[in-house]
Design a binder for this molecule. Structure first.
Ligand SMILES: NC(=O)c1ccc[n+]([C@@H]2O[C@H](COP(=O)([O-])OP(=O)(O)OC[C@H]3O[C@@H](n4cnc5c(N)ncnc54)[C@H](OP(=O)(O)O)[C@@H]3O)[C@@H](O)[C@H]2O)c1
Length: 344
């Protein structure tokens, strides 16, 4: 069986590794916090469709040392964006020549960072569309629907069938920058979800929270247009219609949303998980990316800048918001001439 190294055994890495375990020799490389837990409890996965599985600790290859990636035939990078540069350097020291590396991370630039350190390897951008929540101990839950996507490349041919057999079919794409931009638009909700302290489904069922997201997405879409970025269509609706759908009244939204995405009651954003466990978030690579892109094109992105600031504040001291309060805060972050008359 092919050897797959999961580099960054956390929520995404733990879940994917657990599902791939029967179909490949999976090595989980991670930090003490997760690896020690898996050594005690083994790993289990579940999903919103009722699927589940469990692997005992003795059957797992759990490693702390980057050198454990040396024998891999494929590497899945599943660390947070802030760790990508360090992982790139670690992989450059140990990987056999030509081994493909897939970045399964949010944000626009991870594959580029890995590629710079790994010449001679196919480094492919990937995208995990669904949400994974690490529940107690070694238990990982997929809480929303969607199909993995990876940049098309011949080096993937031997691996695609095994992902499909593991119930994780991969769609190969020739437009990954556009796919990652579309995912970034959806990820703008991570900060809002974390500030709400609600499960994703409950948050998105309330129009005021959705209006917060619509503000952030409209701003991002304007910045993308200025930057010549055209987000891919990941749902039956083109990305530019998403803010309109978010602003629909609750009952209408629920009817439309049911056709776009399935979310179960457990799902939460990874930003929420980071804040809960006192870790730094990825807000700089998500909302912060919009702020940077805006500045590069002579624009500002005050709504996303405010979300970055609120999450930074929450990293220092956990705060939660009411929907009306956050909506006002985000509306008022925009210059007066950009606000609709009704709230001036
Ligand atoms: N969770 C989701 O629902 C979800 C869904 C789609 C996409 N994503 C994206 O997937 C990526 C991973 O997210 P995640 O939620 O799975 O993150 P996570 O739970 O934090 O998992 C990453 C793990 O990698 C470890 N790590 C960091 N640097 C390492 C290194 N050099 N060597 C070995 N292990 C290292 C981290 O340890 P420390 O915490 O100690 O640094 C952490 O345990 C992110 O880009 C995220 O945006 C997440």
């Amino acid at each position: 069986m092919p050897r797959i190294a999961i580099y960054g055994a956390g929520s995404v890495g733990g879940y994917l590794g657990a599902r791939l375990h029967e179909h490949a020799r999976v090595t989980f490389i991670g930090r003490h916090r997760v690896i020690d837990t898996l050594r005690l409890s083994g790993i289990s996965w579940s999903d919103l469709h009722g699927g589940s599985g469990r692997i005992g600790a003795k059957a797992l290859d759990l490693q702390l040392d980057p050198f454990a990636a040396a024998k891999a035939h494929l590497v899945l990078v599943t660390v947070k964006c802030s760790a990508t540069a360090a992982v790139a350097r670690e992989l450059a020291e140990v990987l056999a020549p030509g081994v493909p590396v897939i970045s399964l991370q949010n944000g626009l630039h991870n594959a580029k960072v890995l590629r710079a350190a790994l010449p001679g390897h196919p480094v492919l951008a990937g995208m995990v569309p669904f949400n994974v929540l690490r529940r107690d101990r070694g238990s990982f839950h997929q809480g929303s629907s969607g199909q993995l996507m990876v940049e098309a490349d011949p080096s993937l041919a031997p691996f695609l069938p095994l992902f499909a057999n593991a119930g994780l079919p991969i769609a190969t794409r020739n437009d990954m920058p556009a796919v990652l931009a579309a995912k970034l638009l959806l990820n703008l909700n991570n900060a809002i979800n974390a500030l709400s302290d609600l499960p994703l489904r409950e948050e998105l069922s309330q129009r005021r929270w959705r209006r917060c997201l619509a503000l952030a997405q409209r701003e991002a879409l304007a910045v993308f247009t200025a930057a010549g970025i055209h987000p891919a269509r990941l749902t039956p609706l083109p990305a530019r219609f998403l803010p309109h759908v978010l602003e629909l009244p609750d009952t209408l939204f629920q009817r439309v949303a049911a056709k776009l995405l399935a979310i179960d009651p457990l799902a939460r954003s990874s930003t929420w998980e980071d804040l809960e466990s006192g870790r730094a978030t990825e807000v700089d690579a998500i909302n912060g990316e919009i702020v940077r892109l805006a500045a590069q094109h002579g624009m500002t992105a005050p709504v996303n800048a405010r979300l970055v600031a609120l999450i930074r504040q929450s990293e220092r001291r956990r705060t939660t918001w009411q929907s009306e309060q956050l909506l006002q805060e985000l509306r008022q972050s925009r210059p007066a001439y950009e606000r609709p008359m009704a709230i001036l």
